[in-house]
Write a protein that binds this ligand. Structure first.
Ligand SMILES: Cc1cc2nc3c(=O)[nH]c(=O)nc-3n(C[C@H](O)[C@H](O)[C@H](O)COP(=O)(O)OP(=O)(O)OC[C@H]3O[C@@H](n4cnc5c(N)ncnc54)[C@H](O)[C@@H]3O)c2cc1C
Length: 465
């Protein structure tokens, strides 16, 4: 697609921030995504410095019928942040965070990463539930729902969203909250990438830390049956302040893993206990009772440290592929299928595991926000990462798809939109939103009837004529 130089010049004059083309310095950095498997090159990048730049970019894309995409942290596995041959609005220059410790709120600009938000809120001993890899963009995570160690205490990230400023497809700047553009706000809470460009998010904060207890603990894989059963009991009985992820993987060659375990299969738990530290021995007793771990990094530590200790395990630029489902329970059948599937995993950096949910997500009605899935007690993940030159990449992807097929029968039927890859079909998007899908399509039709925002897991507007 060629874009008229005159038109580009007129856009440039409307912008405060730079307008980048592929030969410009900064273009490569602005279009580099976390998942190195994504190969898309936009024609233009608007490096937004504020809401006015976003409005100009949305109007330009709409007028010139250019595919439009929005880049937050660039971490989405499906690569929705870029549209081939289109216009990308890069929000990464917008990094302001304003904490009101009295009102217990944080207003966050859309280019922020999770670690930056945790750092500012923790200065006041406060936090909102966000993810656990600090470079992930707060925008994409929030707009899809948002899961973290604090989800069991305080709900999905969007359960803690108070309002947003959003630029909709008509170029208008709106504040959306429960009392203003309430339907738009309802849809933003789980399907936000479909509704506009969010420029700021305001979150409710809670007292957390600053010291919490947790980290990683791992046992040899030959104890997996015992550890998995214990995990089921721990997951069912845990107080909301305790979240335990469980993963079957090969131990990384990291300094904290004894050398003889490098590359060996293990069963690991990643633990966050954010409650009263005087109770930590009692709360963690079932984990400690398992005894004889090969790695034990459980310790009292700053919440911000626990939120970032896994960062190095997910380097930017590697190739990533995964499949996920929500689960209501960990049945014997499921656990033995997981165990069997992992035994056949050909990927050196392959993983099968569970995120621990339940708790506060179920305190809300199923239609409180588009996000839904309030029956999820765990999220199952089948993951692989490899080098860009990996010769067995096709076989690796196939193993993930095959294991997924074996495990899908255990799903609630729901799944997390933010974990979908770009080869998943519309049925998966409908499954994500379940009973909320119809209402979501209505809101999409009202605010984006021409589907300007379609570089995402797309909700199609209904035909209006
Ligand atoms: C290493 C890693 C760890 C993760 N951990 C977690 C976790 O703990 N919890 C969790 O819930 N998720 C987690 N995720 C998933 C994560 O939530 C999604 O990948 C999310 O989309 C990332 O947001 P981003 O801003 O970085 O993404 P981007 O790739 O920049 O954007 C993702 C999507 O959102 C849209 N978008 C981005 N910004 C805006 C905006 N301002 N307005 C409108 N649309 C926008 C984009 O167009 C795109 O479709 C993780 C992902 C990775 C790669």
């Amino acid at each position: 697609m060629t874009i008229d130089d005159v038109a580009v010049g007129s856009l440039r004059r409307r912008l405060n921030g730079p307008l980048l083309r592929p030969s410009d310095a900064g273009f490569e950095a602005a279009t580099r995504l976390w998942n190195g498997m994504i190969d898309k090159t936009p024609a233009l990048v608007v490096a937004a410095t504020g809401t006015a730049d976003v409005v100009a970019a949305v109007e330009f894309a709409r007028t010139h019928d250019l595919p439009l995409s929005v880049r937050g942290g660039g971490h989405n596995i499906a690569g929705g942040a870029l549209a081939d041959g289109g216009l990308t609005i890069d929000m990464s220059g917008l990094r302001g965070i304003y904490v009101d410790p009295v009102a217990r709120t944080a207003t966050v600009q859309a280019g922020c990463r999770l670690g930056e938000v945790d750092r500012e809120t923790q200065r006041h001993g406060l936090a909102t539930p966000l993810g656990f890899v600090s470079e992930t963009g707060v925008a994409g995570l929030t707009l899809g729902g948002g899961i973290g160690y604090l989800t069991r205490r305080f709900g999905w990230t969007v359960d803690n969203l108070l309002d947003v400023e959003i630029v909709t497809a008509d170029g208008r700047v709106r504040r959306a909250g429960r009392d203003e553009h309430a339907e738009l706000f309802w849809a933003v809470r789980g399907a936000g990438a479909n509704l506009g460009v969010v420029t700021t998010f305001t979150y409710r904060l809670h007292e957390v830390g600053p010291a919490v207890y947790g980290g990683m603990i791992a046992w040899p894989l030959d104890r997996a049956d015992e550890i998995l059963r214990a995990y089921r009991a721990i997951g069912a009985e845990a107080p909301r302040e305790l979240a335990v992820w469980l993963v079957l993987l090969r131990a990384p060659a990291a300094p904290f893993v004894p050398e003889q375990w490098h590359g060996e299969p293990v069963c690991a738990m990643s633990v966050c206990y954010s409650g009263d530290l005087a109770r930590v021995d009692e709360v963690l007793a079932p984990i400690r009772a398992l005894g004889d771990p090969v790695v034990n990094l459980l310790a009292e530590q700053p919440y911000t440290q626990l939120q970032s200790y896994m960062d190095a395990t997910e380097p930017s630029g590697a190739h990533y592929y995964w499949k996920t489902e929500y689960l209501a329970e960990l049945s014997d059948d499921l656990l033995s299928t997981v165990r069997g599937a992992f035994a056949e995993c050909p990927i050196p950096q392959g993983q099968l595991g569970f995120l621990h949910l339940g708790g506060a997500i179920d305190d809300h009605d199923g239609d409180d926000g588009a996000v839904g899935n309030r029956d999820a007690r765990f999220a199952l993940g089948i993951k692989g990462q490899w080098d860009p030159e990996e010769p067995d990449a096709d076989a690796f992807r196939q193993w993930i798809r095959d294991a997924w097929k074996r495990l899908q029968p255990f799903s609630t039927g729901g799944n997390y939109i933010n974990f979908q890859t770009d080869d998943e079909d519309d049925e998966r998007i409908r499954a994500t939103y379940g009973a909320n899908y119809g209402r979501l399509a209505e809101v999409k039709t009202t605010y984006d009837p021409d589907n300007v925002f379609r570089s995402n897991r797309n909700i199609c507007p209904r035909r209006t004529s």
